[in-house]
Design a protein around this ligand. Structure first.
Ligand SMILES: NC(=O)c1ccc[n+]([C@@H]2O[C@H](COP(=O)([O-])OP(=O)(O)OC[C@H]3O[C@@H](n4cnc5c(N)ncnc54)[C@H](O)[C@@H]3O)[C@@H](O)[C@H]2O)c1
Length: 332
């Protein structure tokens, strides 16, 4: 019988990492989860969960000890567009340290495969100036002009993965996520992304009330439900493809459209108030899945409305807590 595969998930206290640990456990693997914090909304399914600061090489060596076969490196200092726009220095420094140290510790400890979670923020900004943007192909990351801070450090860490394969033969996989959403993700506090923030605002608003939208709402994105994300991660890890791959949907929607969809799910009619000074990121962004389909014979398929219904229900149940009352007032 094959030895049970031993897997490390970093960022296991976070949104995608927590879902991935559950999936890997359901698939029968031995899993160690590591994060600087524990999961917020439910206990981890990992066999071992260790709280470590992965900016430090000693912590990365501890995390990768004991014959780990595969590492999913999801730990990162990150958040929605407001957070990543306001914290270029901290995000870049923290994530460069995490990624460089996790790669080196994994190599030293004989890890067989290492997956790095990159982002659609690596793409050249000049190609994302229109809402009806052409879907981004993997090659559109160069010539480089990524999102300041977060996009640059992700792009550099992708390069670092390539150097580790070239110089050491260390097997790396690179995944560029496009906007992942779902239950058990951050929905308040400043690090939340658009689907969670909008779901929270809609849940807190009374029928007929006003809700604030950053920008004119005509900016576009595509969004991937977390179950598709986790499925794609395990498939990419198992594949032989070493270069960067998009992992997202190509169901493009405006932020106004997203608000309408969530309001419809909630059964509320709301008035959108556009805050034109709010950060909104690139004007349009979509994922071209041609290469993903070719490499995996698969692509994310859960429709936005279907995933949002589950996500909204979870966020609406969370915001019933008393601490949210002040927002209820301001949302009116
Ligand atoms: N969610 C998305 O839409 C999206 C899009 C593009 C890329 N990504 C990438 O996917 C990965 C997972 O994202 P997520 O949405 O689950 O974010 P998340 O913030 O929920 O999870 C990241 C986790 O990393 C942990 N972390 C931060 N600094 C750490 C440190 N010094 N040591 C140990 N752990 C640390 C955080 O505590 C957090 O739990 C990240 O690398 C992120 O950049 C996510």
């Amino acid at each position: 019988m094959n030895k049970q595969k031993r897997i490390l998930v970093t960022g296991a206290g976070g949104f995608i990492g927590h879902h991935l640990v559950k999936r890997l456990k359901a698939d029968g693997y031995w899993v160690r989860g590591v994060d600087i914090k524990r999961p917020e909304y439910e206990a981890s399914a990992a066999d071992e969960f260790e709280v470590l600061d992965l900016r430090k090489i000693e912590s990365c060596l501890l995390a990768t000890r004991g014959g780990i076969d595969e590492v999913y490196n999801l730990a990162a200092d990150m958040g929605g567009i407001g957070y990543i726009t306001a914290n270029h220095a901290d995000i870049s420094r923290n994530n460069i340290l995490i990624n460089a140290h996790m790669l080196e510790a994994s190599r030293q400890n004989g890890v067989k495969r290492f997956l790095f979670s990159s982002s659609a923020c690596v793409y050249n900004q000049a190609m994302q100036k229109n809402p009806d943007v052409k879907p981004l192909k993997e090659e559109d990351a160069y010539p480089a002009d990524p999102e300041p801070g977060y996009g640059w450090e992700k792009l550099f860490a992708e390069e670092l993965c390539r150097y580790y394969y070239k110089d050491y033969g260390f097997e790396t996989r690179i995944v560029r996520f496009h906007n992942v959403y779902g239950p058990l993700g951050t929905y308040d506090g400043g690090k939340e992304k658009a689907p969670a923030a909008i779901s929270r605002k809609v849940a807190l608003a009374a029928n007929g009330a006003e809700i604030e939208i950053w920008g004119d709402g005509e900016q576009t994105r595509s969004f991937m439900y977390v179950d598709d994300c986790v499925e794609g991660l395990t498939r990419i890890m198992a594949s032989d493809y070493r270069d960067a791959l998009n992992l997202g949907t190509d169901e493009l929607v405006t932020i106004n459209g997203l608000v309408d969809m969530v309001s419809g799910i909630a059964g509320k009619r709301l008035v959108k108030r556009h805050n034109l000074t709010g950060p909104q990121g690139v004007r349009g962004r979509n994922s071209d899945n041609t290469l993903l389909r070719k490499v995996l014979g698969w692509e994310p398929s859960i429709r936005l409305e279907q995933g949002l219904a589950v996500t909204y229900k979870w966020i609406a149940s969370q915001v019933k807590k008393p601490v949210q009352q002040s927002e209820l007032v301001s949302a009116r």
